[in-house]
Ligand binder design. Structure first.
Ligand SMILES: [Zn+2]
Length: 113
């Protein structure tokens, strides 16, 4: 599979995930509104707040992934796709097939954590 195609697939996946997460988030907000659980001392209110926070974190992660896809598509256009943005080494094909949007080789990715 070529890079542009892999990135298009990745983008579609992330967008589908964002769609589902958006729906989940709306559901939680709806449930919270219906049950009027604004009281943080209410056990269920706390659960809903935690759920909402978790979904918000997943949405943020999906958005970051989408920017990574944007950046990778830009690198395909300027010819630097597959080159680590940090050290300039070639990123292994195996790694790119699993993570087509990654800007880093495996060594630099490890340092990002
Ligand atoms: Zn590197």
């Amino acid at each position: 599979m070529n890079a542009a195609k892999a990135l298009a697939t990745e983008r579609a996946d992330v967008l589908a995930r964002l769609d589902r997460l958006g729906a989940t988030f709306d559901d939680i907000v709806e449930v919270a509104r219906d049950s009027n659980l604004d009281d943080e001392h209410d056990t269920e209110g706390i659960t809903i707040a935690a759920d909402r926070q978790q979904v918000a974190a997943l949405i943020a992660a999906a958005r970051r992934q989408l920017s990574a896809v944007d950046a990778a598509e830009q690198r395909v256009r300027d010819g630097s796709y597959g080159i680590c943005v940090s050290c300039g080494a070639r990123i292994a094909n195996g790694r790119l097939s699993i993570r087509p949007a990654t800007p880093w080789c495996v060594d630099c990715a490890r340092e990002q954590r």
